[in-house]
Design a protein around this ligand. Structure first.
Ligand SMILES: [Mg+2]
Length: 348
């Protein structure tokens, strides 16, 4: 298909668009021995591994809420639309297998941009062994909406959940926190912002636009006895309470132990802790594990190039007490207000 510069969705129509998007995907992501029918029929037909359980997740990105087209390129947007779903599968300890993509389009989007979106999504799908099995295109005049549903499989019939943290467990996170929120802040400050010229700015913006789902680490958590896990999408202080409430326990965090990238500390000397604990969209894994299991996980994490850090401990829930407290470097311990980030209520 010869692309004509500036050609839009309206010019080529739904079927022309689907053919071009399919062609933008790496061949190994649109066909495979387990995929009897992929893109192009009424539904996809896929053969799961006998004995495993299916793990299903869906997550959407809405223009103006989750992304701005003047802040992202289309390939990064495609990467992120799939990455946030794969991150949820990683949080379950699941193996990604296939995904379907639903696009809500205004109609004036350029074909070349949507092809770039599929190239970004397809590159991550190929790297992670995820088949792209189909999707849908609908008209969405008010805002571009990008929904992905991903299906994974359990490992040996087992998955990780948010329920399972026990008093005495270590609370731990992978990687560093705050880079994505710092990147978002830099984007909001604009291209002329005082911090944008720094060499670290690009790294932080990239962390926001192209998060890496921690699929390498997830099986290690499962194999070495993590008791609960989730991915960090709403910030440590927004997400940890979800594990605590699902597990019916409380926790103490040590603010000085939270791993924060040097670039975040350097560019945001006054806000780095808030960015790391409340910023969101890190897509790192938050998990709990007994101390010995945590030590093993920390050792094996290095074999997949990952790092994990202990940031606190799980304690028994006390009816009258706060479920989450955080101790600061000066020794002061503060109760963290309960109530996670709510997408319909906005800021905490
Ligand atoms: Mg999640």
């Amino acid at each position: 298909m010869n692309e004509v510069n500036g050609q839009t969705v309206r010019d080529v129509g739904e079927f022309g668009l689907i053919a071009r998007l399919r062609a933008a995907l790496p061949p190994e992501t649109v066909a495979g021995p387990d995929l009897a029918l992929g893109i192009g029929d009424d539904a996809a037909v896929w053969r799961p591994t006998p004995g495993e359980r299916l793990v299903v997740t869906t997550d959407g990105l809405v223009e103006g809420i989750h992304f701005r087209l003047d802040w992202t390129d289309w390939a990064s947007l495609g990467h992120k639309a799939l990455a946030v779903n794969l991150s949820d599968l990683a949080a379950m300890g699941a193996v990604p297998r296939l995904a379907v993509v639903s696009l809500g389009l205004r109609g004036d989007e350029e074909i070349a941009d949507l092809v770039d979106f599929y190239r970004g999504l397809g590159a991550l799908a190929a790297r992670t062994g995820t088949l792209i099995a189909g999707g849908d295109v609908v008209a969405s005049p008010a805002a571009l909406t990008l929904h992905v549903t991903a299906i994974g499989e359990s490992r040996g019939g087992r998955v990780l959940s948010r329920a399972g943290a026990r008093p005495g467990d270590v609370v731990a996170v992978s990687g560093t926190l705050g880079a994505s929120a710092a990147g978002l802040r830099l984007l909001a400050e604009g291209a002329e912002g005082p911090r944008r010229g720094t060499t670290t700015a690009a790294t932080l913006i990239d962390a926001h636009l192209r998060p890496t789902p921690r699929l390498d680490l997830a099986p290690l958590l499962l194999a070495h006895g993590a008791t609960a896990a989730m991915d960090l999408s709403d910030g440590l202080l927004g997400d940890l309470p979800k594990i605590l409430s699902a597990s019916d326990v409380a926790a103490r965090l040590d603010a000085t132990a939270i791993p924060v990238a040097a670039a975040v500390r350097a560019l945001f000397p006054d806000d780095w802790l808030a960015l790391a604990t409340k910023g969101g969209e890190d897509y790192e894994l938050l998990f709990t594990a007994p101390p010995r299991a945590f030590t093993e996980i920390r050792e094996v994490a290095a074999t997949v190039g990952a790092t994990v850090a202990a940031v606190g401990g799980v304690v028994a829930a006390v009816a009258a007490g706060p479920s989450l407290t955080m101790r600061h470097g000066d020794g002061l311990e503060e109760a963290v207000a309960s109530g996670a980030f709510d997408h319909f209520r906005g800021e905490r």
